[in-house]
Design a binder for this molecule. Structure first.
Ligand SMILES: CC(C)(COP(=O)(O)OP(=O)(O)OC[C@H]1O[C@@H](n2cnc3c(N)ncnc32)[C@H](O)[C@@H]1OP(=O)(O)O)[C@@H](O)C(=O)NCCC(=O)NCCS
Length: 174
């Protein structure tokens, strides 16, 4: 397989992104959404993030989007403004080929360039070895587990929190 291009997402990528996320909602436990959002809702979410100045990236191969990653506000209260939460999703057929890592590394760089200081991953399902693995490989520290906070596909699900310093982290004022 040739290398994918990692680039900022555009509105024309949203049908691909919607399809990738739909699969994750319907069949996966990484997201706690139960009903896949449609293209209009994904477009609305994309606009909120990009209007807010957050990075939204895609991995594209031969003109087709095969994965995406974005950062958004961790929490709305203003003292959290230097902390972002990240998301990364790939088409199932191309897992474990280093593309998740490429997307996440580029997302970290984009957030550092924008002056953010902490990135938090809220990983659905403590059995999500792929997500825990890619975050570990990108230098995230394990913070801990919230046990049994979700219920999907007839079972209770944990969330796993991981965190990465961005730029100078907490060693300097923003
Ligand atoms: C999580 C996800 C983005 C990872 O992307 P990926 O391209 O498959 O991962 P990579 O190939 O970049 O893997 C990087 C490293 O992570 C670890 N890793 C990845 N998948 C793993 C798995 N299934 N089990 C254990 N470790 C894994 C490995 O250390 C790997 O490095 P290596 O292949 O050199 O050993 C992808 O699996 C995915 O889209 N999963 C479904 C959605 C999801 O869980 N998203 C995260 C939401 S928080």
């Amino acid at each position: 397989m040739s290398s994918p291009e990692i680039r900022p997402a555009a509105a024309a990528d949203l049908p691909f992104i919607t399809e990738i996320y739909e699969h994750a909602v319907r069949y996966g436990t990484a997201t706690f959404e139960l009903i896949p959002p449609d293209l209009a809702e994904m477009t609305r979410r994309f606009a909120v993030l990009t209007d807010g100045g957050f990075p939204y990236l895609v991995a594209s191969l031969e003109g087709r989007v095969i994965g995406y990653a974005y950062a958004g506000a961790y929490r709305p209260r203003p003292a959290y403004r230097f902390t972002v939460e990240n998301s990364v999703y790939l088409q199932p057929a191309i897992h474990r080929r280093g593309i998740g890592r490429q997307l996440l590394q580029e997302l970290i760089a984009e957030c550092e360039a924008r002056g953010y200081r902490q990135m938090i991953a809220v990983i659905g399902d403590s059995a999500n070895a792929g997500s825990i693995g890619v975050h570990t490989k990108c230098g995230f520290q394990m913070i801990g587990t919230h046990p049994d906070v979700g219920f999907k596909f007839g079972r209770w699900l944990d969330t796993v929190l991981m965190q990465h310093d961005l730029g100078t982290g907490a060693t300097t004022a923003p």
